[in-house]
Design a protein around this ligand. Structure first.
Ligand code: SF4
Ligand code: SF3
Length: 538
């Protein structure tokens, strides 16, 4: 196996024996083969669409499969094998696009041995590719995984966009062609642009379905009734579960990336949505243990469970792990959570691990509603600088850097955040500046879109370019959704982003040089050095 797609990749180079995330060799191979067949499917479908035919639903399928290969989503070989078979079936139902079709368009996943051999071949083929070109291929595929994930969330709420669906397929098919590095740079930048479009689509889907978020204080205390813990990013799963648990005598808690759900009126209206339990995904093994009740994992990040709570974990959607219970989506889309709810009733209430109240819901609408206050605070000098500290959390011990950085920020700075990175500092009690919370949490990682909307509105109000605002970027990444966030920020022309805790292993020295020269991307150094650079004269 070879996998280098996340920040925790072995030795900062690549996982070759077993993933640090827990992904084994077989699963890694199946994910590689799935991507390979998706490339062939995409090439065929694009050719068919050019001729007025094609499969209009293929984009949705491709997006879902890309999502399944994202870090910490699907560890289940049986499910991945089914996806490979289905991808080949969809591909083979499309007309062949000529005699010179690439192998990915025609290769047959005949059985486990053929798939394993293909997986080996895919890994070996990487070595033959120029390192810079390979780096661009990786960057594009990982950005596309982000698009696949976010477009899947939007699709769950009935929001789809043909341009986004077509781009996923164009990007996949591009990696089968003999393109130059220049051409691939074009695709990578286009991926960022389509990323912004995908974020906007998901924002529209979430706010239409669940209302405009409001700045909200969320309790982290444990109640006295049995509970269900919902983690991941899928708001629809939470909404459906809340509806099905009405009057059931159990409480529902959010975990990790589900925290911002409390800010949406159509979700907050349920009295039995009582609070947020625990922190970000890396701490789930301890937190799920102490929760005592069932846990519903709707998306990334799933960590291989401990035996002590394994029977209480339910996966759904694209999340998979052999041996865990899975809640399927039937054809009518109505998931049945009754087994999980009955399970909860038999459990003890959660142990209390509270860490004070948390503030969330500082999305573009509520923040722009107080734009006058924000603008006057900047003009008066009460707020000197904003620091965007969005992105992912992770297990890397060096991530305490983000806690120390947040603590060291001067009292006249405001942190703008989104994603699970915030758990490193959202319980620090950094106070407020004239009523503006010093940690403005826009929501999930996809709500980085809100931060962009806020920055654009500020730039317009001050009549300056986006890079001339008093805003610095100190982004933490872990998985491929964050790769898309980064590409999206670059596509908007945002410069001088600091990225940590380590730079991606898949960025070659040559491509890093391009990123540094054109965009001013830097890795983190020490808190003191970075503070001096990002908040000059602090
Ligand atoms: Fe390794 Fe990350 Fe890939 Fe898992 S997702 S195998 S930890 S690089
Ligand atoms: Fe987190 Fe997995 Fe990236 Fe959505 S839940 S930001 S790491």
């Amino acid at each position: 196996m070879f996998c280098n797609q996340c920040e925790e990749t072995a030795k900062g180079l690549g996982c070759t024996v077993r993933g640090v995330c827990g992904k084994d060799k077989e699963t890694a191979g199946l994910q590689d083969v799935l991507i390979y067949v998706l490339k062939g499917l995409s090439a065929r479908n694009l050719a068919a669409m050019k001729n007025g035919g094609g499969n209009p639903d293929a984009g949705r399928f491709v997006g879902g499969c890309l999502f399944a290969t994202l870090t910490n989503v699907n560890f289940d070989p049986a499910r991945l094998r089914d996806m490979i078979r289905e991808a080949a079936r969809i591909r083979d139902a499309l007309p062949a696009s000529g005699s010179a079709e690439p192998d990915a368009c025609t290769w047959v996943p005949a059985g486990p041995a053929a798939i394993a051999a293909k997986a080996q071949e895919i890994v070996a083929a990487r070595d033959a590719v120029d390192p810079d070109l390979r780096s661009l291929h990786d960057l594009l595929i990982y950005g596309l995984k982000g698009i696949g994930a976010y477009s899947h969330h939007a699709a769950a709420l009935g929001y789809e966009d043909q341009e986004i669906a077509a781009f996923m397929q164009e990007g996949l098919a591009a990696t089968l062609q003999d393109l130059t590095a220049g051409d691939m740079v074009g695709y990578v930048l286009a991926c960022g642009k389509v990323g912004v479009k995908t974020f906007a689509l998901l924002d529209a889907a979430n706010t239409t379905a669940y209302g405009t978020p409001a700045i909200t204080t969320v309790s982290t205390a444990a109640g006295t009734r049995p509970g269900i813990l919902v983690t991941g990013h899928d708001l629809k799963d939470l909404a459906d579960l809340l509806e099905q648990t009405r009057g059931a005598g159990v409480d529902v808690y959010t975990h990790g990336e589900m925290l911002p759900a409390h800010a949406y009126p159509a979700l907050a209206k349920y009295d039995h949505l009582v609070g947020n339990y625990g922190g970000s995904w890396p701490f789930q093994r301890e937190e799920f243990d102490r929760f005592n009740g069932p846990v519903l994992v709707t998306t990334n990040c799933l960590v291989p469970p401990k035996d002590s709570y394994r029977d209480r974990v339910y996966t759904t959607g694209l999340v998979g792990y052999a041996g865990l219970k899975h809640v399927d989506a039937p054809a009518d889309g109505k998931k049945d959570f009754s087994a999980l709810i009955e399970h909860a009733k038999r459990c003890e209430p959660p142990q209390d691990i509270s860490r004070g109240d948390l503030i969330t819901g500082c999305a573009h609408a509520p923040v722009l509603a107080i734009a006058d206050t924000v603008i006057s605070a900047v003009k008066s000098g009460a707020v000197k600088r904003f620091v965007v500290m969005a992105g992912c959390d992770g297990r890397h011990s060096g991530r305490d850097y983000y806690t120390r950085f947040a603590e060291a920020l001067p009292a006249d700075t405001v942190i703008l955040t989104a994603g699970c990175a915030k758990y490193r500092y959202n319980s620090l009690d950094l106070g407020d500046i004239g009523g503006i919370p010093r940690v403005l949490d826009a929501g999930q990682c996809n709500d980085c879109y809100s931060l962009v909307v806020i920055a654009q509105a500020l730039a317009e109000a001050f009549g300056v370019g986006i890079n001339d605002l008093p805003v610095s970027y100190n982004i933490a990444w872990y998985e491929q959704k964050a790769v898309l966030v980064l590409l999206s920020l670059l596509s908007l022309g945002i410069k001088d982003i600091t990225l940590g805790p380590r730079l991606p292993a898949f960025v070659s020295p040559g491509i890093l040089k391009v990123l540094v020269e054109n965009f001013g991307i830097k890795g983190i150094a020490t808190v003191e050095e970075d503070l001096e650079r990002m908040v000059p004269g602090n």
